[in-house]
Design a protein. Structure first.
Length: 482
């Protein structure tokens, strides 16, 4: 008898017999299908402890954030900061015998020290240092690696597409530091969307199996003991609303994570939305299936191919497009530099396009690289990190997408700060922020990363003129001390 049928029988007998006595209790203990799943899976579920150093202010001054106050005391504030360790916990599970472990990106991203604890079959525990092999902020997944003494037990990956709402599932993890805690529930729904902060995902599995902080990265198992999801998110103000990444998404990207350290995805350069009946009527589309082009990013593949706002994509590589989410998912799995064949309805007429895809960068927001030339990409990457020694990790030439994201004036030109080291003096002392537009550096206009490299010079500090929300600021940023 299969585990699923056994679970159904077990529940039926529980309802019929109630508290019928010790004989039923013995039957329940011996035939509970969750027990063997936990015994089999626990040895492949790991606890992950992480640590990094962060700078924290211990200033005795009550007005240390006031610019007027700071003007007089200046660098005195540096004397009232200290570096303190920040620690966290998460979960993961072993996917290869040589020690590759799947977990959430948010568990390990940016961490300086990662320690993995294994529970051995005899109940003892062993710890290993781990390193990140590859990570993908888009799907919040990461692969880390330990160096074990021998072969390790692994969990088998199941088929999350085949999972049905109402199926029983088991979650194992490290909530609040309570190692190898087990909870059970059912799949409450599929294809749930969460769009908040850095989470922008449309295919979560929803479950009422309890998932708490520390469970992140642990497995969600079906009644055959196979992984069908990676526990990821909760809604803190609700009960029984927990979410897991479908394991089929992990299968799609793990090869790239291990081989390249990141995921190589195709990039079309559009934003899309679902079609309402009113839109379908206005744009000459039969029915509401398809994805409407909401915006076309200037200079990206779709723009070069002639795709326009208001176009409706009804087929991609011969496959029908149900809605905007389906279209996004289909584009994501295509390889960079591959050709996507689009069937588009434009004002009632059907037009076919062949578009050579670019490459989507490995970031949560998916900012595109628009150059198809390898040498230009390498030059841009080098220049865009030219301020890294000053705590500004990356800048980008301003484009339409960045203007929208950071509310930059349409007439402003320069380089946008897209990544700043939040533990650097540039961030803490000078207030440099993501989205600041660098207009000048050391008195020279900068519009390209190459301009930036020429303007920096060899001094230990640079003067930035930045534009932020319509106002201009001059900031002096020092090189980070080694």
């Amino acid at each position: 008898m299969s585990s699923k049928k056994l679970m159904a029988l077990f529940l039926t007998l529980a309802l019929i017999l109630g508290t019928a006595g010790s004989s039923f209790a013995a039957f329940a203990r011996q035939n509970n299908p969750i027990v063997p799943i936990v015994k089999m899976a626990s040895v492949a579920v790991v606890n992950i402890d992480v640590e990094k150093t962060a700078k924290r202010s211990i200033s005795p001054f009550p007005f240390d954030d006031d610019p007027f106050f700071k003007r007089f005391f200046g660098d005195a504030f540096k004397d009232f900061t200290r570096s303190v360790p920040m620690k966290g916990r998460g979960s993961g599970f072993i996917v290869t015998k040589d020690g590759q472990i799947l977990t959430n990106n948010h568990v390990v991203d940016g961490m300086e020290k990662i320690t993995v604890s294994l529970q051995l079959a005899d109940g003892s525990k062993k710890t290993y240092p781990a390193k990140i092999v590859g990570n993908d902020p888009t799907y919040d997944l990461a692969v880390i690696k330990i160096e074990p003494d021998g072969d390790l037990p692994v969990l088998e990956l199941g088929d999350s597409d085949a999972v049905e709402v109402g199926e029983w599932v088991v979650a194992i993890g490290n909530p609040y530091g309570f190692e190898h805690s087990v909870t059970a529930g059912v799949i409450s729904a599929k294809n749930r969307s969460i769009h908040a902060q850095d989470v922008n995902f449309d295919d979560f599995l929803q479950t009422d199996a309890a998932i708490n902080p520390g469970n992140s990265g642990g497995p969600l198992l079906d009644m055959d003991g196979k992984v069908i999801g990676i526990n990821t998110a909760i809604i803190p103000y609700a009960q029984g609303l927990c979410f897991a990444i479908p394991v089929n998404k992990a299968k799609e990207i793990m090869g790239d994570l291990v081989s390249y350290g990141r995921v190589k995805r195709g990039w079309l350069g559009v934003s899309v939305r679902d079609i309402t009946p009113q839109m379908a009527k206005a744009y000459g589309v039969n029915g509401t299936e398809g994805a409407m082009i909401n915006d076309v990013f200037k200079g990206d593949p779709a723009d070069k191919a002639g795709i326009k706002r208001g176009d409706v994509v009804v087929k991609l590589n011969g496959e029908n497009i149900k809605d905007a989410n389906a279209f996004v998912q289909k584009v994501r799995v295509l390889a960079p530099n591959s050709t996507a064949k689009l069937e588009i309805v434009r004002k009632g007429k059907t037009i076919n396009f062949s578009v050579k895809l670019g490459e989507r960068p490995n970031t949560a927001d998916g900012r595109p690289e628009t150059s198809d030339n390898k040498d230009e990409k390498e030059s841009d990457a080098s220049g865009s990190e030219a301020l890294k020694e000053f705590g500004i990790n990356r800048v980008s030439p301003v484009n339409d997408a960045l203007r929208r994201q950071y509310k930059i004036d349409s007439n402003s030109e320069g380089l946008v700060i897209v990544d700043v080291d939040k533990e650097s003096p540039a961030y803490y002392d000078e207030g440099v922020r993501e989205g600041d537009l660098i207009v000048e550096l050391n008195g020279q206009e900068v519009k390209t990363p190459e301009d930036l490299v020429k303007a920096i010079g060899s001094d230990d500090s640079v003067v930035l003129m930045v534009e932020r929300e319509g106002s201009t600021y001059f900031l002096q940023v020092d090189r980070k001390k080694k």
